[in-house]
Design a protein around this ligand. Structure first.
Ligand SMILES: Nc1ncnc2c1ncn2[C@@H]1O[C@H](COP(=O)(O)OP(=O)(O)OP(=O)(O)O)[C@@H](O)[C@H]1O
Ligand SMILES: [Mg+2]
Length: 381
């Protein structure tokens, strides 16, 4: 208790590190689970069988000391299996009492595997628990302590009756099988897990600490990115990605949680990456949004990628220039292009403070200046 902002943010990052440690290629999924817990929201992992969805969520629950409930839903799951059985003795006396001990109504963190198997008998209760943290039960209303519910599924639901349930998950992530380049690492990691070499982790934080983190996260100034967010939402809308008004508000929570996780008291443009997990709805949306975000956001990765490409181009240009004779007319083309490249590099890193990125940009500008000098020499000006 009594964590400072940076300390709490460090603990959140430790949570992320510990969570993803045993897995290969599950960084985004782990990030989504962490964000959902920091923002007290629900998350669903969607993907083909055997992609470590359950393992990841179970590990998240192990890392937090909180009351945990998990259940695998089938089409035939009875509400009593999830919400607790009715007390028959009380019923005989005309009282309606549900024995919720150890069931979802008493859980702080919950995991419903195959969550879209939820049948109509349990759907309404599930919806109100997720939305209002209240179980309407017979004649009574039970306030439930649920903080975050994690769901896993092999599919995105298409049935209209599941739409409301799907909508309750602020975060959604498509879990893709590990790509071929990483099969080597996957085999090693999975082998360690299979042999039981990865013990169940001890909790690293309590739910009270999580709640403290939540308060800090929600004190992050998100209005710093309001103009960019609006611009982005407009772009998304134009490209057919509609965000409901409820989600627009909730997205700010995700942005705040992301900024907090990175130790920032003010949100910045890179925090808008969370739209990747909060906007998509239909299967095709997931890929679409990721393309749009990489185009629209000046993220660090994107800047570095572009700078590296520019550097390669300059190296090629240098070789070409070396082969050219004095006064070759192509020299003036190179000269013009290099001037443009220099401007591009300067605008790319205009608001960037990251020393690595700034260093790379400076290095490139130096290369450009040198090459410009060589060209001028060849042109004899
Ligand atoms: N990316 C990964 N890194 C390391 N191990 C993995 C990875 N993906 C799968 N595994 C291994 O496969 C096991 C199966 O994963 P898990 O049961 O969590 O899959 P799932 O996605 O929940 O599947 P289902 O949809 O069938 O429930 C994991 O416990 C782990 O041993
Ligand atoms: Mg599973």
């Amino acid at each position: 208790m009594g964590l400072g902002f940076q300390e709490a943010s460090g603990l959140a990052r430790k949570f992320l590190r510990e969570l993803e440690a045993p897995f290969v290629g599950r960084h985004e999924e782990a990030l989504v689970v962490v964000l959902s817990i920091l923002s007290g929201e629900h998350a669903v992992l969607i993907g083909e069988p055997g992609t470590a969805k359950s393992a990841l969520i179970r590990r998240a629950a192990d890392l937090i000391s909180a009351r945990f409930f998990k259940y695998l839903l089938t089409k035939y799951t009875e509400p009593s299996e999830v919400f607790g059985p009715l007390d028959i003795r009380a019923l005989k006396e005309g009282r309606y009492v549900r024995l919720t001990r150890g069931k979802l109504p008493e859980a702080e963190i919950a995991f419903l595997d195959e969550v879209f198997n939820a049948n109509s008998a349990m759907l309404n209760s599930l919806l109100s628990i997720m939305q209002e943290r209240i179980l309407y039960d017979g004649y009574t209303e039970i306030r439930v302590p649920l903080w975050s519910l994690m769901g896993a599924s092999n599919r995105i639901p298409e049935e209209p009756e599941l739409e409301a349930l799907y909508d309750r998950f602020l975060y959604r992530v498509l879990v893709k099988p590990v790509d071929q380049d990483n099969w080597d690492r996957l085999l090693e990691a999975a082998w360690r897990i299979e042999r039981g070499e990865i013990p169940r982790p001890e909790p690293i934080m309590t739910l009270d600490e999580v709640k403290e983190m939540y308060k800090m996260a929600m004190s992050v100034d998100v209005m710093t990115v309001k103009p960019q967010l609006i611009k982005l939402l407009v772009t998304l809308e134009e490209k057919g990605l509609h965000v409901t008004d409820r989600r627009k508000g909730k997205i700010l929570k995700a942005i705040a949680a992301h900024a907090f996780l990175h130790g920032r008291r003010e949100a910045e443009e890179t925090d808008l990456m969370v739209l990747k997990y909060t906007v998509p709805k239909d299967p095709e949306d997931f890929e679409k949004i990721s393309v749009i975000l990489t185009e629209e956001l000046k993220t660090r990765e994107r800047i570095i990628r572009e700078l590296m490409e520019i550097r390669r181009n300059i190296e090629n240009a240098r070789e070409a220039v070396n082969k050219l004779q004095h006064y070759d007319p192509r020299l003036t083309d190179y000269f013009r292009n290099l001037k443009m490249v220099k401007n591009r590099v300067t605008t790319l890193v205009k608001d960037v403070e990251d020393p690595e990125v700034v260093g790379l940009a400076e290095e490139i500008i130096e290369m450009v200046d040198l090459l410009i000098e060589e060209i001028m020499a060849k042109l004899n000006v």
